[in-house]
Design a protein around this ligand. Structure first.
Ligand SMILES: [Zn+2]
Length: 692
């Protein structure tokens, strides 16, 4: 059974090997963009104003596969060279002078700008959005793949007037001409090119204002108005908390959050304009299991850590991801409480320990380190640093670091220097142990957790007892009654269900503690081990994970009750990935005598979910159910072929693996080969390369 994945992390460290232009300073970029949805082109114009700091005989911009129709320097047409990666202009630029360079161009970005669903008949799900980190803004705008080049960008976008456009900066006006509308945005401060972004689609918005007066706009699709509250729950609280906690005012004019279809990651912290996966657009029932709170806080924290102060290179990526992760956990501590926070740290410590035991430990200064290292070890290092120097010095150091390097770039050593200054402490041992070493001081980390959390202290003594005596000799009742911690009790249910006394299990069955009940339904393998009515009560819980599991386990255990269970859960969709609906359809088709006349309808619905108009999470679920239970129709095979070239690498990988498996089966292979003529060239090329 597929459980939901929590996205803790998502951006890999990127190592930009861009050339540096330190003899000129690009100060301002005026950008005009017109995306052409039908062909996937971007028509653009940019005017850069730059100051020459030292005499130099050329300037360049990163520009991938672009065609330039006009290149003018201070209104004079210029010769230029276009390598397909950069455009450069040769001229003797004089120190102390300023120039304006204007470029007109067309691009057909093969990444970074994603045109979604423009070829199908449904107009409601048409979108265009960007994702720049690691995927270079220079695919749609001549700009700077070097994070050190910070420019004040003002964007304007022209598009079909029926769509909403969202971009970095403050919307200062719109103008309609026939069927088109021009949206103009203004920024006041400089930023790195990778943080430029826009999104186009059908949106409405909810307006909030932070206590400090910053406008916060949260976007949603028109049919999702009832999901706005659960999706963006705690948004203002998070914003106020972070501004207060960090101690430096939010650095940009406003803040926007925009969900998009089939996003590559959980979220991306574009300056003042976070774009995130619409898989987080949820209803109230989903909130307990999968909510946007962590991603919301993480991307917001980046507005300081990454956007205001940017790493000098990938060696300093801790300054982005460690801090965004740490401050998101602090925001969650504010909302969900201390138990949640310390158990989260315990969970990530365990993951880090496992990776180190496998010999995969990494230094936080390794630019190629994994997400686990940058995000979780990174957050741990900051947590321990704060414990080491105390809250007051920590906050003082953070403030002076952010103020000193504001709108600029920093190295890890710059950060450490500020913390040493603020605390009057030599931190070289901290740097060695937490940043340089590939290992991790587990004993010290666990000791710290035990100091902070009573329930973790109990857990550690339980673990010690277990090691000495084995689980049969442990007094679980004493541990259970000795705590109110839901986390510790969950842990006991998940790990020692068999050893737990019956009256404790009964108390969970009759409680309304949803998290404990969920731990129980997930851990119990056979529903028949417990009284039927007790297990059936799970079907009433406000949790789609609990519901999906309870439905499946009851359906397996009590064949004579299948119709009743299906009737009770009919019409429930579940998470945005339709977890409950896909399961329900599969069970309904398999249940003899249940709405026999609808069986074909249900199969068609399930089979239809592999189509590109659905999100890749839904498609992946449908492929899995079909594979396990029914096999594939030709339309599913065509959808799978399409998915092997999908822009989301996770889904592409899943689809390619499944395609390889099918090609290993002679019957499927035959069928797929006969479909080749109907496929798009790139899909056909991929399959042909595997068939040979
Ligand atoms: Zn991040």
């Amino acid at each position: 059974m597929k459980r939901i994945i929590t996205f803790l992390f998502l951006f890999q460290g990127i190592c930009l090997l861009a050339q540096r232009q330190d003899k000129v300073n690009f100060r301002h970029g005026e950008v005009r963009i017109m995306p052409l949805a039908n062909t996937g082109h971007v028509k653009g114009f940019v005017a850069y104003t730059f100051d020459v700091l030292q005499d130099v005989d050329s300037v360049f911009m990163d520009a991938r596969n672009m065609k330039f129709t006009s290149v003018r320097l201070d209104d004079r047409i210029m010769k230029y060279s276009n390598s397909g990666k950069t455009i450069s202009i040769k001229k003797k630029f004089k120190r102390g002078k300023s120039y304006t360079l204007e470029l007109d161009y067309t691009a057909r970005p093969k990444q970074t700008v994603y045109f979604m669903n423009w070829s199908d008949d449904n107009l409601n799900n048409n979108q265009i959005w960007t994702q720049g980190q690691g995927k270079y803004t220079s695919y749609w705008l001549p700009s700077f793949d070097d994070m050190m080049e910070k420019v004040e960008f003002d964007l304007s976008l022209t598009f079909d007037k029926d769509y909403e456009i969202i971009a970095n900066g403050k919307l200062i006006g719109t103008e309609e001409t026939d069927s088109l509308k021009i949206w103009s945005f203004d920024m006041k401060e400089p930023m790195s090119s990778y943080l430029l972004a826009f999104a186009i689609g059908n949106y409405k918005k909810q307006k909030l204002t932070s206590t400090s007066g910053i406008s916060i706009e949260t976007y949603f699709y028109p049919p999702d108005s009832t999901r706005v509250e659960p999706t963006y729950r705690h948004t203002k609280e998070i914003f106020d908390f972070l501004e207060n906690e960090i101690g430096v005012a939010y650095p940009w004019q406003n803040y926007k959050q925009v969900p998009v279809h089939d996003f590559l990651y959980a979220g991306m912290e574009n300056t003042g304009c976070t774009i995130f996966s619409d898989g987080y657009v949820i209803d109230s029932v989903a909130f307990m299991d999968k909510n946007y709170v962590n991603v919301n806080a993480h991307e917001l924290a980046h507005q300081w850590f990454g956007n205001l102060v940017t790493e000098k290179s990938g060696d300093h990526h801790w300054l982005h991801e460690g801090f965004a992760t740490y401050y998101a956990y602090l925001a969650e501590k504010e909302i969900f409480g201390e138990e949640y926070f310390y158990w989260k740290l315990y969970e990530t410590l365990t993951a880090l320990q496992n990776s180190i035991e496998k010999g995969e430990g990494q230094s936080l200064l390794d630019p190629k380190a994994s997400s686990l290292t940058f995000y979780e070890k990174g957050a741990w290092a900051i947590f321990m640093l704060r414990e080491r120097i105390g809250e007051e010095a920590f906050k003082m150091g953070i403030k002076s670091y952010l103020e000193k390097y504001a709108f600029g770039n920093a190295r890890v050593s710059d950060f450490i220097q500020e913390m040493e200054r603020a605390s009057g402490t030599d931190l070289s041992d901290f740097v060695k142990i937490w940043l340089e070493d590939t290992a991790l001081p587990f004993v010290a980390a666990r000791k710290k957790l035990a100091e902070k959390s009573m329930s973790l202290k109990s857990l550690f003594s339980m673990q010690e007892e277990l090691e000495k005596r084995g689980s049969t000799d442990i007094n679980f009742t004493a541990y259970w009654n000795g705590t109110y911690s839901v986390e510790l009790r969950k842990y006991m249910l998940q790990n020692f269900l068999k050893e737990m006394p019956g009256d404790i299990i009964d108390s969970v069955f009759s409680s309304d503690e949803l998290e404990l009940r969920q731990a129980l339904v997930l851990t119990i393998q056979d529903a028949k081990d417990y009284a039927r009515e007790k297990f059936e009560s799970f079907l009433n819980d406000d949790s789609y994970v609990t519901l999906e599991n309870a439905l499946f386990k009851l359906w397996m255990a009590y064949p004579e009750q299948r119709n009743t269970y299906l009737e009770k859960t009919k019409g429930i969709v579940g998470f945005p990935n339709k977890n409950v609906r896909l399961m329900w359809l599969t069970l309904a088709i398999f249940t003899e005598g249940y709405e026999g006349r609808n069986t074909k309808l249900y199969f068609d619905e399930l089979s239809g979910y592999t189509a590109p108009e659905y999100s890749f999470e839904v498609r992946q679920g449908a492929f899995q159910y079909l594979k396990q239970a029914f096999g594939f129709k030709d339309s599913n095979l065509m959808d799978l072929a399409q998915a092997t070239t999908h822009h989301s690498w996770q889904f592409k990988k899943f689809s390619r693996n499944l395609m390889m498996e099918l090609l290993g089966d002679e019957v499927y292979k035959e069928r797929i080969i006969t479909l080749l003529g109907k496929l798009k060239p790139e899909e056909r090329r991929y399959i042909e390369s595997k068939v040979k």
